[in-house]
Design a protein around this ligand. Structure first.
Ligand SMILES: O=c1ccn([C@@H]2O[C@H](COP(=O)(O)OP(=O)(O)O[C@H]3O[C@H](CO)[C@@H](O)[C@H](O)[C@H]3O)[C@@H](O)[C@H]2O)c(=O)[nH]1
Ligand SMILES: O=C(O)[C@H](O)COP(=O)(O)O
Length: 303
């Protein structure tokens, strides 16, 4: 293992997080915590994710917000009924027309919340543990140098006990090992479950689509250093597994963002996939590029 990565792994990995809510409240002091749940058409699962966080509201969590990414289903109604505040992406920074994608709603969530620390959780999680948020908050509230805490976990794939995280294992981790080997001790670089300080999150650009996680990880390393990045074991994480074609587009976005953060630009924004139509294999080209949003501190006039 790369030397810096091995040292980082040893120093900043919590294999069995033990923080209790009482510990966290003591460490939190006067700081505030916002939990943000990005959601696009997640009526089947968003209620369960909100319910897993709701008991912490008023203690270690100060606000619980679902940022709706343009859902056409009952995501917003289900989230509200489960106890979250729902913000529609177009209602935050209304003068800016929303771009598509996950990164866009995470970026807008910075302007829709006030917490000193933000915790993001995906809303396609199946039976998420109520321990996720306390574990993610542990390092960021208790270790002053930490600005980003990634979750890691065992990942089932469909009916199998493991094998999930196909983009992570086949693309993101190999890519980091080549381009930024100091980060190769990060077990789940694409985890959608993470905590970040507002100081970090407002200071860096956000990739609009699925590049947002790799972008934040690389920028946290570039601007705050390895010591600012921690990871905690969240146990098991089950989610909706997307098709290979969907993951191809996701991988394209992750790759383009990683290259850009390493100052290697992608040549085009296109991805061509091949689909079988009436017995023939035909090209199907997507424009997979989503532009970056600038650091939120600039948009809010804080710098
Ligand atoms: O335009 C979008 C697309 C997705 N989402 C939400 O983002 C989350 C994750 O999206 P999903 O399509 O389920 O991604 P995964 O297959 O889970 O992909 C993994 O890899 C992605 C790329 O790094 C990360 O963004 C994810 O968090 C991570 O779980 C879900 O809650 C979605 O509802 C939006 O809010 N808007
Ligand atoms: O994180 C990933 O690599 C993608 O979300 C794909 O995950 P899956 O292989 O578990 O569906």
């Amino acid at each position: 293992m790369h030397r810096a990565a091995a040292a980082h792994f040893a120093a900043r990995t919590w294999q069995s997080p033990q923080w209790t809510v009482r510990d966290l409240l003591r460490a939190k002091g006067s700081r505030t915590v916002s939990v943000v749940l990005p959601a696009l058409d997640e009526e089947a699962t968003v209620g369960g994710v909100v319910a897993s966080v709701r008991p912490l509201l008023g203690s270690v969590v100060d606000e619980l917000v679902v940022v709706d990414s343009g859902s056409a289903d009952r995501t917003a109604a289900v989230a509200e009924a489960a106890g979250a505040r729902v913000v529609h992406r177009g209602d935050v920074l209304p003068d800016l027309k929303p771009l598509p994608g996950k990164g866009e709603v995470l970026w807008r969530s910075l302007a829709a919340t006030t917490g000193d620390v933000l915790v993001f959780l995906d809303t396609d999680l199946v039976d998420p543990s109520p321990d996720y948020v306390p574990a993610l908050l542990g390092p960021i509230l208790c270790v002053p140098e930490v600005h980003l805490v990634k979750g890691f976990y065992r990942r089932p794939l469909s009916d199998a006990d493991s094998g999930g995280g196909r983009v992570t294992e086949l693309m993101a981790r190999p890519l980091l090992s080549v381009l930024r080997p100091a980060l190769s001790g990060v077990i789940q670089p694409l985890a959608g479950e993470y905590a970040g300080s507002r100081e970090l999150l407002e200071a860096v650009p956000f990739a609009g689509g699925y590049g947002v996680e790799i972008g934040l990880l690389l920028d946290a390393h570039t601007h705050f250093g390895l010591d600012a990045i921690a990871q905690v074991n969240l146990g098991l994480r089950r989610h909706r597994n997307r098709s290979l074609a969907d993951l191809g587009v996701m991988a394209r976005q992750v790759l383009a963002t990683a290259l850009a953060r390493c100052e290697l630009a992608a040549v085009t924004g296109e991805l061509t996939q091949f689909v079988q139509v009436a017995g023939e294999w035909l090209p199907d080209t997507t424009d997979a590029q989503v532009p970056d949003r600038p650091p939120m501190a600039q948009v809010l006039g804080r710098v």
